[in-house]
Design a protein around this ligand. Sequence first.
Ligand code: GLN
Length: 532
Amino acid sequence: MSGIGKGVSISSIGLILKSKGFRVTALKIDPYINIDAGTMNPTEHGEVFVLDDGYETDQDMGNYERFLDQSLPEINYMTTGRVYQEVIRRERNLEYKGKNVEVVPDIPLEVIRRIELAAKQARAEVTLVEIGGTIGEYQNIIFLEAARMMKQKSPDDVAVVMVSYVPIPGSIGEMKTKPTQYAARTLNSAGLQADVILARASLPIDAKRKEKIATFCNTRPDHVISAPDVESIYDIPINFEKDGLGNILTDILGLPKRKTNFKDWIAFVRKSKNGNREVRIAVVGKYFDSGSFVLSDVYISVLEALKSAAYGLNLKLKIAYLNSKDFESGKLKLAVLKRYGGVLIPGGFGATGVEGKIKVVEFVRKNKIPYFGLCYGMQMAVIEYARNVVGLKGANTTEINKKTTYPVIDVMPDQKEKIENNKLGGTMRLGAYPAILKRGTLAHEAYKTNKISERHRHRYEVNPEYVEKLQEAGMIFSGMSPDGRLCEIAELPRSVHPFFLGTQFHPEFKARPLAPHPLFTAFMRAIMKQSK
Ligand code: GLN
């Protein structure tokens, strides 16, 4: 079922098997028509996670990368649209040699080709494939058919794991297994039998219900794994191992039995719970509203990057999500920012909430509150500096005001053409690009190297025509593209501000629990130093 933690389950299984010394890789299948996740509204879809090669994917890919501590390539992500696009391309090229091209088997065959290619590229011994959505819906049927065909062809090499929700209705107070039984039958009707069932529930599942699920879902009781709600997602692999999930899977797949060597992960989880000093950070964004619910999934990589950096320094992290629109309407007063050790403005698009963000930047700059801006957050910092320090009144990004007198943030010429022709999907500056760092800057001090590579996702850049003016007024461009044209990092000297830094790229995509990102760590350090 969608939304109950399939992504984290796959990530956890991956971590367990990797900790047993197997080479693993993980794929995500999203059943929608969109070619990639880049064209979807974050409030509907959550974060768009960008891979090194620039592919715009689902946030689950971020979970895989973080748990596996491994970067994944484009082939590891597919949507219905992407699969059809490839089959249709081949048909247009006469590659089917006059044959009828059919939904079945040609679509599942393309799915299988992609899975096998991903496995080959990663030289994986175990390839994990997450089929998105909920069993029984129309959308994912071709992917289940692909799984069935793979299992039919190599029955001993494919294990089917079903993640199922086991509710405890408040009015009854008892754990009900019926929905899981129906889900198993629906899976059966697609020709698949669950080998293992992960029973997602608010509480651990008891022996009686394991027995019941096993009987009616046609599996073994010890293959029904308890997956209760946990304090933190990092506990999940450890919990799964309590039920011996790793060995169950290696048994099913005929792989050698090996010990799970988890030490680093366990140490990280312990640190994540035992922080001694508290660090309070305000994330000022805008993609929070979904009806009457507040979403923070949109910024999941930012949150994870903050967590890993805080835990790495033995800190306890407290995050508040503040809506930049509330600073515009006056619902929130800028003075609330003083309650936080640091302020972070993440990526964003479009005009809503922008003036609120600029006000926030001005406030934290003047009040010397550590500031970290990611992509849009960096652009906001440049606009604010241009307006209030350089004196370019009304300076803006052309994303918001095409006619601004001072377009300090502007599109690159090649991007202009794409916008004019409505070529908008997958055409931003995407994926990993190198940058050269200036010595003696916050950035250089944090990374401790001259050359870095970070992932991008943006159409606009600091306008080269204004770089000199901004520099003369004190802003430092501490990271530049190797050809010196594009500003990748902007910061203020420590003599005027304890930590004021923005990146045109998204460092959060490369932060990992076991390898916190140096800029996030530097941000935390600056906050702690300030509040000593
Ligand atoms: N909207 C900005 C741009 O396209 C920033 C994008 C972002 O924050 N990812 O350049």
